[in-house]
Design a protein around this ligand. Structure first.
Ligand SMILES: Cc1cc2nc3c(=O)[nH]c(=O)nc-3n(C[C@H](O)[C@H](O)[C@H](O)COP(=O)(O)O)c2cc1C
Length: 204
């Protein structure tokens, strides 16, 4: 059995990585398989397993997706115009990481148990798969960065997704020298860490 304290320490050691520190080292096939197996071990509403994974190594496609990011990030820079910090943040590792994975949600044609009232549960299931990937990657010493500053429609076109697919996550994976101890946005004082008390309310 896992020790709960050790497990919590492990969870805290997971990091979003997107700095320039991806090493020029490919991810082995068996490790990628482990990450994907972790993904499909996630819970899903009505056991619908509505996930799809597109593995992207092609430099041309990566460049196209990087351009998509650049356009969207220019818009974001305007929104955060007052912040000197935002301009200097590194918010993706599309080209530097050896492997990108687009995680997609495939809507079911049939009614799904558990989704009859709350329509977003399929998408939330895919997010559970992403978290499993993140944790398995961390176990294998592989860094993962989630990029969401992207035009979804353009991205889906770039990867030739099916019409019905929705983008849930765009992930950049690779080896790094070391994992930082704290979230970068915390270290840079972009946001403070919330205490447990700030997040929890009891109804007794
Ligand atoms: C749904 C989601 C989208 C995210 N999108 C981005 C992104 O576009 N760019 C980025 O640099 N980090 C992104 N992140 C990473 C967060 O900034 C990061 O998880 C947070 O700052 C906490 O740091 P940690 O993951 O290292 O603990 C995203 C994280 C999540 C969960």
């Amino acid at each position: 059995m896992l020790d709960a304290n050790e497990f919590l320490e492990f969870l805290k050691s997971r990091r979003d990585v997107r700095r320039y520190d991806f090493l020029d080292k490919p991810i082995e096939g068996d490790k990628l398989q482990m990450i994907l197996k972790a993904a499909i071990s996630a819970p899903s509403v009505g056991y619908s397993q509505p996930w799809k994974f597109v593995i992207i190594e092609d430099e041309n496609i990566k460049n196209e997706i990087y351009k998509n990011f650049e356009v969207e990030n220019e818009k974001a820079k305007k929104i955060f115009a007052k912040s000197e910090l935002y301009k200097n943040l590194k918010l993706e590792g599309i080209k530097e990481s050896p492997l990108n994975i687009a995680v997609l949600y495939e809507e079911s044609d049939e009614a799904v148990l558990g989704m009859t009232s709350m329509k977003n549960m399929g998408e939330y299931s895919v997010v559970c798969a992403v978290q499993n990937m993140w944790l398995m990657a961390r176990t294998l010493g592989i860094a993962l960065g989630w990029v969401s500053i992207l035009d979804e429609e353009k991205l889906l076109e770039s990867i030739k997704a099916d019409k019905k697919d929705k983008l849930i996550a765009y992930l950049c994976l690779g080896y790094v020298e070391r994992f930082k101890d704290e979230p970068e946005l915390k270290t840079l004082n972009w946001r403070d860490e919330k205490s447990l008390d700030e997040c929890v309310r009891y109804i007794r």
